[in-house]
Write a protein that binds this ligand. Structure first.
Ligand SMILES: C[S@@+](CC[C@H](N)C(=O)[O-])C[C@H]1O[C@@H](n2cnc3c(N)ncnc32)[C@H](O)[C@@H]1O
Length: 215
């Protein structure tokens, strides 16, 4: 698979701080998506707490929901994002949460999440707020699966259709080219299953769907 940026790289480069504030805002998430940033952190905590071996968070962005969780964890952790400004903010947040320096067991990699480095395999792969940016879900889930250890589990989040209000906003983002698809939860479930990585479980809170794949 060629190197691919999901979403608008210019947006993340110019508006990293604004994105961070928006995704962490309880008001924004409640009004537009019927969600709360705490839900994102709860899902991430479930992923991070699920095993002890190496963990990969892909498309980590600014680590708004996960910075303190990664500090509290003792897992060897790799955080990947293709946007250097977003990843720099993630690094700063984690260092701040850790009291000033990035813990040695946490590494940041500015790269395409689908371009695996060497033969490294992870027991857990986490990706929040991601699959609505991805045009071909089975291909991306299968490619991420190549970095998953045998019996590992992937935890992936995606906006999906929910209330008429959030559907209208999702449609607007789709028409503007900001997201790849406005899927239903059922469509997302079927597309994740098509990657053939094992059992798929899907839950939804407001317009955010949470997939657990494999394990
Ligand atoms: C919607 S943001 C989600 C950020 C974070 N997970 C969150 O929930 O706040 C999508 C992120 O994916 C990153 N991204 C897009 N394509 C990528 C790729 N191929 N590999 C790694 N990161 C990518 C963007 O730079 C951006 O930070």
């Amino acid at each position: 698979m060629d190197e691919t940026f999901f979403g608008d790289p210019e947006y993340y480069a110019r508006w990293a701080k604004a994105y961070d504030a928006m995704v962490g805002s309880a008001l924004y998430n409640r009004i537009f998506w019927g969600t709360n940033p705490r839900h994102y952190a709860q899902f991430a905590a479930r992923a991070i707490g699920s095993r002890r071996g190496p963990l990969l968070e892909v498309a980590v962005g600014t680590a708004q929901a996960t910075a303190t969780l990664h500090v509290a964890s003792s897992r060897e952790t790799t955080l990947v994002d293709m946007s250097a400004p977003m990843l720099a903010l993630a690094g700063r947040s984690i260092a701040r949460a850790a009291g000033g320096t990035l813990p040695d067991r946490i590494s940041l990699e500015c790269r395409d999440m689908l371009a695996a480095t060497g033969n490294k395999r992870y027991d857990t792969i986490l990706g929040l707020g991601l699959l609505h940016l991805v045009p071909d879900v089975p291909a991306v889930v299968a490619a991420l699966g190549q970095q998953l250890a045998p019996n590992g589990t992937m935890y992936l989040g995606s906006l999906v259709e929910a209330s008429s209000w959030s559907n209208a906003y999702l449609g607007l983002l789709k028409n503007h080219g900001d997201i790849a698809a406005a899927r239903t939860g059922a469509e997302l479930f079927d597309q994740a299953r098509a990657a053939e990585l094992g059992p798929v479980r899907l839950t939804r809170r407001g317009a955010m769907a949470y997939l657990e794949i494999g394990g």
